[in-house]
Every structure is written in C-alpha cells, then in structure tokens.
Design a protein around this ligand. Structure first.
Ligand code: IVH
Length: 475
C-alpha cells in the first residue's frame, strides 16, 4: 500500500469511528486502537506534509471521549517529581549551601542556577516520538498519569509536532504547566459559564476542571496555554544546561516561562524572586513563586534526589494570596450609581502583606449562588489591587442553625424603595446620601477632577454635616 493510500485508509477508519460515536453507537474500535490509528496518521502526515489536507481528522480537534467515561492511566517514561517548597530566604540559603557542599565546592567556585517563574497551573507530560506528539499525561501520582491527549491537543500553543529541522529525539517527554492567562480567565468569567460545581474559583482550579472534561470541544472553548519547563525521559540528545534546554524548547515551538535569568549566588536567587513578586500583578499569568535549577545537567545528575524531590532544584514561593477568614457580617452598601451590593465584613485577616477586612460579593444573585452566610468560614483571595473576594465557603463547618443572607427590602442609606434591574438592586432616590457620597468621591478621584485632600472620609463628613447636599456644592 502506498503512503497516500494508507493515509486515506486511516482517515476513513477514523471518520467511521467518529460517526459511530456521534450517532450514539459504539465503534468497533477500542479507545486504544483509535488512538493508535490517530497517532499513525499524524506521524505519516508529519513526514509527508504534501499529503496533509484540511479535512483530515487530525486537523480538527474534538472527538469526545466516551460519555461519563474516565481517562486511561498510563505510565510516565521517567517519574514526575515535585519540588521542595521554600517560604523563607534562610531555607533557600540552606538548600544552596547543601548543594555546594555535596559538590565539594569551595567559596570561590561559582555555581550557576537558572531561575524562572513557578507557574500556578496543572502540570502535564507530553511524549513526542520522532518529533510527533503521541500522548499527553497528567502528573497523576508521579509514576503514572491520566491520558489527557485529546484535551491537550486543543491547546493552541502546544506543538503537535516539533518545529525546526531536527533531528528529533526518538522519544522525548516534554514537561510543563497548563495555565490560563489572567486575561483568558477574566474573559471566561465574563462569559459567566458555570461548571457543575458552580462558578470558577480561580485560574488554576479552572484549568484543573477543564482538563478533566470528557468533551474536547468544550475544552477547546477555554483559553488554555502550555508553558514548557523541563524534559523527562529523552534519548539521543544532550541539552547541556537548563538554559540551553529552554532555547531548544523554544526552537521546537514551545512557549517557555518568562522571565528567566541566571543566578550566580544565593543573593541573586533571592532578588530574582523579590523582583518578580513585586511585579506579580503586571505579569500575564499567575505564578506562585520562582524555581531555581542548577543550570548544568551533569551537576544535576551528581546532586541527584531525595526520595521525593531533586537536590538541584528548589521552589521559593511568594507570600500566599489565599487565606482563611470568617464572615462577621453581610452588609448592604450603596454605590454612586445607586446599586445596592452585598459586602462581607470579615474577621481581619493577613493576606499577602495587607490586612483584609472586607470582601466583595458583587451582587445578590451571586451571593445566593455561592451561598455565603454570616459566621461562615471562608477562603478569601486577593489578586492585585482588586478588592478581595470570597472564593470558597467551608460548608462542612457551618453551624446547623445558619440561615442564607437576604437582600435588603429598603435602601440601607435612605430607607427608600429599591428596584431590581437585572442582577442588581438599585436605590432610585437621586438624593440618597450614600449615592451623593459615592458621586462626590468619584468626582474628586484621580481619574476625574483629582481634587487633593477630598477623600471618602472628608466627603462623608461634609455630607453628614449637610455642608454639601448636591454634587455642584463641591465647586
Ligand atoms: S521543574 C522535579 N519548573 O511545580 C520537578 N516545575 O512541585 C521538576 N512547576 O509539578 C519541575 N513551574 O507542575 C518546574 N518553572 C517550573 C515550574 C514547575 C511550576 C510545577 C510543576 C511541578 C511542581 C513541583
């Protein structure tokens, strides 16, 4: 059979199996057989690009897996370890000193570390054979993971075949993190989709949930990215250093985590982390710290690993931005537009360097959906300078006599009637003092007239003393 014929034949069998699936019937192929045909087809097309056609089953993603199914489990070629997580500068010192000692380095001998972000997503292990992606596994227990190939194939920046001229390793496992950028996550929240468990909690959680969806067409609608940071098993290639590995990965068409920098000593690792933490909010995706790896692979080999973690790589975490707190009260507040929104008054809680006392609950519909109640133990999250949010309720810890929070029936500021417009409650009284305060605060703010010395406190005092009864009075 000619290559062209074999390709035609494979396409026909795959299409038939797809059709049988969509008709609700079972095809005569097992998942494993189907995957085998698919990979064979992709390999042939990669080797013979002139035979690749747009209507090939390889060019469209989205063959749903069996309904209500589970994913196959497969073994990683090389186990996937984890990193020792360090919270303090002193722990980093100890870690680096241990490595230097094991290598019998004196004070003068330099040891170069390669620093990059610690991405806050879900790790995946991609196997490429002769440059063609043949499967992608979740981390699982480190020895074997779930076969998420079809879902991973929907990720736009994940190469299905390695770019460049090769030669490619016979087999290489490329490891990295599946993430959702902050912008992607925000857009998804805008779409207001809900998973079976309710609204999306944060980007990491959403990625984890998305990768477990049984229908790749749904996965495709979620803005996932893959960032590569390591290789596992590899034959036929020696990368030399982590820095060179990063270059090779980029050459092969992967996105690698940025920014990256070499560090010649402990101080450089510490300052790489501090600098990144201070710019955390400007970066396009979530990271929860930095990873520092001994740059030279030979030295990595020499250092080896403990039972769980390598002695040549460390994770130096940022201060956490999730914390536990307790809702003391759910209050209604009136904004400058008259919108009456719920706010949770919290037990004061330290979160990423500030004391958080309030968390936004957005609107009463969302409050009802998340079912946040007074006295609940909750998890709060702070991202950037946005107002902290309640992202989770510890329902198991709830008191038996607890009651759902109710929206107010009259305006909490002026006692006037309220109207429901969409998801929002509004106070219709234009003279409502809370609205007046809100409008003046807005007017005086930097983005409007930028009136120095006229902040919320002063405005409240002026309105309370009736020195100001309209916005025009300010002038
Ligand atoms: S290297 C031996 N580099 O952190 C492990 N991991 O606790 C080599 N992670 O499971 C991993 N960003 O999912 C490495 N730049 C990075 C990383 C990174 C995030 C995750 C990864 C791993 C976990 C380790």
């Amino acid at each position: 059979m000619s290559t062209e014929q074999e390709i035609q034949d494979l396409r026909k069998r795959i299409r038939a199996a797809d059709a049988a699936y969509y008709d609700g019937g079972a095809s005569d192929l097992t998942d494993a057989q189907y995957d085998e045909l698919f990979v064979r087809l992709r390999t042939l097309e990669a080797d013979n690009p002139q035979l690749l056609t747009e209507d090939s089953p390889t060019q469209r993603v989205g063959t749903p897996l069996k309904k209500g199914g589970t994913f196959d489990t497969q073994e990683h070629l090389a186990p996937m370890g984890s990193l020792e997580s360090l919270m303090q500068a002193d722990e980093v010192r100890t870690f680096v000193e241990r490595a230097r000692k094991l290598l019998e380095y004196d004070e003068e001998t330099p040891l170069t570390w390669s620093c990059e972000p610690k991405l806050d997503g879900v790790s995946a292990n991609l196997l490429y054979e002769d440059g063609v992606l043949v499967r992608g596994l979740s981390r699982g227990d480190g020895q074997s993971g779930e076969d998420l190939t079809r879902n991973l194939l929907t990720i736009r920046n994940l190469p299905t075949q390695l770019a460049g001229n090769g030669p490619f390793p016979k087999r290489v496992e490329v490891r990295g993190e599946v993430i959702m950028s902050k912008a992607g996550f925000a857009a998804l929240q805008q779409r207001e989709e809900t998973t079976s468990e309710g609204t999306f909690r944060n980007a990491r959680n959403t990625v984890a949930g998305t990768l477990k969806l049984m229908d790749p067409r749904m996965v495709k609608r979620r803005p996932l990215d893959f960032l590569a940071f390591a290789v596992g098993f590899v034959d036929g290639i020696d990368f030399g250093t982590h820095e060179q590995l990063r270059h090779k990965l980029a050459e092969w068409g992967f996105t690698v985590a940025e920014p990256a920098a070499p560090a010649a000593d402990i101080a450089a690792i510490l300052s790489f982390r501090d600098d990144l933490e201070s710019r955390r909010d400007e970066l396009p995706y979530e990271m929860d710290g930095v990873v520092a790896k001994v740059n030279d692979f030979e030295l990595q080999q020499l250092l080896g690993r403990t039972s769980r973690t390598p002695r040549w790589a460390l994770a130096y975490k940022f201060a956490p931005r999730l914390a536990r707190s307790r809702v003391e009260k759910i209050a209604a507040q009136v904004g400058r537009t008259g919108a009456v929104t719920p706010v949770a008054h919290l037990e004061p809680t330290e979160l990423a360097g500030v004391t958080v006392r309030n968390a936004s609950l957005h609107n009463w519909a969302l409050l009802a959906e998340r079912d946040v109640r007074e006295d609940d133990a909750v998890e709060i999250q702070r991202a950037g300078d946005v107002i902290p949010e309640v992202v989770r309720v510890f329902v198991d810890e709830r008191r038996a006599d607890s009651k759902p929070a109710e929206p107010p029936t009259t305006c909490p500021a002026c006692n006037g009637p309220l109207q429901l417009e969409g998801k929002f409650l509004y106070c219709g009284d234009i003279d409502c003092p809370a609205q007046l305060i809100g409008r003046i605060v807005h007017l005086a703010s930097r983005r409007a007239f930028d009136i120095e010395g006229l902040g919320p406190k002063q405005v409240e005092q002026l309105v309370a003393a009736k020195l100001v009864t309209t916005v025009e009075d300010v002038f």
